[in-house]
Write a protein that binds this ligand. Structure first.
Ligand SMILES: [Ca+2]
Ligand SMILES: [Ca+2]
Ligand SMILES: [Ca+2]
Ligand SMILES: [Ca+2]
Length: 406
């Protein structure tokens, strides 16, 4: 069906796209002939409201429609892509933008408004009005942090999984690079925080939903990932959370933390020189299921040891658990509430360039701020170097319609 695409401007939410004029379901009488006429892989349209008369079809992007300009009254998107329809030519988003969902079976058709002037077929709905990935900007840190930086330029990077299962590397200059063509949606946890394979390059760890297996994707040092290696045979779905932490065990190697779903216990899986994980050690007796976000945030309190940030589900409070020698110290409140409006909380080290570790977030639908509201607002919380954070600042509004940011 056709859905209007939300597009937020800097100061307020604006809706692009007309309200759908409705959808005729499969089997509606006048649609049968029209649907069967539209070949698989094509977006088709008619000048009539009932799919009769001459048929328009395309299987590629069109920046103008020639004699078909402003004529579409009924359409079928018989493709596996999202069909973006623009009131303006050249896919210009200053006018109305509508999105027809993929309909690979070609069984649904609906009304258009006689206003379409260009068409684009894309893999994710956000690409109708945005790039596939959001913009990410980071300043160079004064010194290498050992995590947050996959290409070794001392600028913190972000990795994004889109809804089509592609993986994008955001190097911090607003650009994005495709580093995974497809298939990444089979994972139900994606973790990165430093070097697990002991080659000095930051890696990614991924948990396969269907098998509970854990895979190491070694970083190549340029932002891309090398051939994966199995580091956990099974059972990892017993964990409600996986956290790339940094070195807690004190041997200089990056460790993984995991919360056991059934017990609420927190386990440390020590990193080894081979990229595998060593024998686990209990570092939290229970209660960790009360936390609905855990972030390996790096050294937030400037004592030279990485720390853990945790969000308490019942209160929306943010706690800092200072890292010690193989254990976490007594927690300190660093966010008094309201943090449950965050969809993602990212620990990427210092990305503002003052030497203090920061946090980056993106929001759920319930977020409201004079600069941005709803899903996909991106806020930066600069660290003070003491463990506490400065108030969040909205810096972007296009972190929505994605399937993971880490
Ligand atoms: Ca970098
Ligand atoms: Ca590595
Ligand atoms: Ca370690
Ligand atoms: Ca610390």
């Amino acid at each position: 069906m056709r859905v209007p695409l939300l597009r937020r401007l800097a100061t307020l939410a604006t809706t692009l796209g007309l309200t759908s004029l409705g959808l005729l379901g499969a089997g509606a009488a006048p649609a049968q002939a029209a649907i069967s006429d539209c070949p698989s892989g094509y977006f088709c349209a008619w000048k009539s409201d009932n799919g009769t008369g001459t048929m328009f079809k395309t299987n590629k992007d069109l920046s103008t429609l020639g004699t078909w300009d402003n004529t579409f009254r009924s359409v079928v998107n018989h493709t596996s892509k999202y069909a973006c329809v623009y009131d303006e030519p050249n896919h210009d988003t200053s006018g109305m933008v509508g999105v027809w969902d993929p309909d690979p079976a070609g069984t649904e058709w609906g009304y258009e408004h006689g206003t379409v002037s260009s068409i684009k077929l894309v893999s994710t709905s956000r690409e109708c009005a945005f790039r596939a990935y959001p913009a990410w900007y980071s300043a160079p840190a004064p010194q290498a942090q050992g995590f947050g930086d996959m290409n070794g330029d001392q600028k913190a990077d972000v990795v994004v999984r889109d809804k089509a299962g592609r993986l994008w590397f955001l190097r911090g200059d607003g650009s994005g690079q495709l580093i995974g063509n497809s298939g990444w949606n089979v994972f139900n946890a994606l973790v990165r925080h430093g070097d697990y394979s002991a080659d000095g390059r930051e890696d990614v760890i991924a948990r396969e939903a269907s098998t509970g297996r854990l895979w190491l994707y070694p970083g190549t040092g340029s932002g891309t990932l090398g051939a994966r290696k199995l580091i956990g045979n099974s059972g990892w779905n017993a964990m409600s959370r996986l956290v790339g932490y940094g070195d807690l065990s004190g041997d200089g190697r990056t460790d993984l933390l995991a919360v056991e779903k059934s017990t609420g216990r927190l386990w440390l899986y020590p990193g080894t020189s081979s990229g595998t994980l060593g024998a686990r050690k209990l570092i939290g007796n229970g209660g960790w299921n009360a936390m609905n976000a855990l972030v390996g945030a790096g050294d937030m309190n400037s004592d030279g040891r990485p720390d853990l940030v945790a969000r308490e589900a019942s209160t929306g409070k943010l706690w800092l658990y200072p890292g010690g020698s193989g254990a976490l110290g007594a927690r300190v409140l660093v966010g008094s509430g309201g943090w449950n409006v965050m969809e993602n909380i990212l620990g990427l080290g210092d990305f503002t360039g003052d030497g203090n570790a920061d946090l980056a977030t993106s929001t759920h639908s319930s977020f409201v701020n004079e600069m941005c509201r709803g899903v996909g607002c991106h806020l930066v919380y600069t660290g003070r170097g003491t463990g506490s954070l400065n108030p969040g600042e909205v810096v972007a509004d296009d972190w929505h319609h994605l399937n993971g940011i880490f």
